[in-house]
Design a protein around this ligand. Structure first.
Ligand code: CP
Ligand code: NVA
Length: 300
């Protein structure tokens, strides 16, 4: 049993599938208007060092639908006091902590020093809640999940790293197609390659990487905190823009996925993100259901 959700690598494949099943049940209850106030009277502290649309709204709406309430906290950990001391305070008042931070270590420190559950809502290294919602959406559209090939096109960033962690736990094949110099965190990649039941590959060759892909995923070329690199990255990543010609190199029925926000015209064209294979808003919707599952599992 796990206290926190900091990395999908901390869960077994079975535990991940349990969360996805619970997310499906919660989604059905929400759609059918069946009350599911499993966290009546509980409070979630929501720490944001970075901007957010989806994460903020889905956590706050999610805890509300579960009968609790969220407290929005725009703050930088380590500025007034350490993450450890923030944890030692918050645990006296709230039932769970959600944090979106720059430093991954800050979330690890919150988890180590708080007796209450800590949920990683994105760090520079990982974005596990995103990948749970994405996996729920992918499974809805392709029931043979996890026996699929996902091609991630772009930067070997936090979102890709959480896909690699999923590939270490479930038989999903993940190929990163990236420019040279933008490969994933070597430790995360090595862990995935050592544990994968499917294939985990990094390539710079678009055609080879896209071959037989069931889903094509992309994300922004410069993540939050990398704004000063954005212009230089635009030139390097241009051959990796997901347009109709790139999609044509995947399976003919390949899905298009993006965690959003999208920079339309940069990493993806309107034609692809608005096209029939795009499931980006299903992914966004499922942030609500998947994170409710995480909260019920950890705080219930
Ligand atoms: N995908 C995602 O995490 O969106 P926000 O940055 O808007 O929360
Ligand atoms: N890789 C992006 C994801 C945003 C949800 C970032 O970290 O900014």
């Amino acid at each position: 049993m796990y206290k926190d959700l900091i990395s999908l690598a901390d869960l077994t494949g079975e535990e991940i599938l349990e969360l996805l099943d619970l997310a499906d049940r919660l989604k059905k209850m929400q759609r059918e208007g069946v009350k599911h106030r499993y966290l009546e009277g509980q409070t979630l502290a929501m720490i944001f060092e970075k901007p957010s649309l989806r994460t903020r709204v889905t956590f706050e709406t999610g805890i509300f639908q579960l009968g609790g309430q969220g407290i929005m906290m725009n703050m930088q950990l380590g500025e007034r006091e350490s993450a450890a001391d923030v944890a030692r305070n918050l645990e006296r008042w709230v039932d769970g902590i959600m944090a979106r931070t720059f430093s991954h270590q800050a979330v690890v420190d919150l988890g180590a020093h708080a007796s209450v559950p800590v949920i990683n809502a994105l760090t520079d290294k990982l974005h596990p809640c995103q990948i749970l919602a994405d996996a729920q959406a992918l499974r809805e559209h392709r029931p043979q999940f996890p026996e699929l090939k996902l091609a991630f096109v772009g930067d070997g960033n936090n979102v890709l790293a959480s896909w690699l962690n999923l590939a270490a736990r479930l038989p999903l094949s993940v190929t990163l197609v990236c420019p040279e110099g933008y490969e994933p965190d070597p430790e995360v990649l090595a862990f995935a390659q050592a544990n994968a039941q499917g294939e985990v590959v990094v390539t710079h060759d678009v055609a080879a990487g896209l071959k037989d892909a069931d889903a094509v995923y992309t994300d922004v070329w410069a993540s939050m905190g990398q704004e000063e690199e954005a212009e230089a990255r635009r030139a390097v990543f241009a051959p990796y823009r997901v347009d109709a010609a790139l999609m044509a190199k995947a399976r003919p029925d390949a899905l298009f996925m993006h965690c959003l926000p999208a920079h339309r015209g940069e990493e993806v064209t309107d034609e692809v993100i608005d096209g029939p294979g795009s499931i980006v808003f299903d992914q966004a919707e499922n942030r609500l259901h998947a994170q409710k599952a995480v909260m019920v599992k950890l705080m219930g």
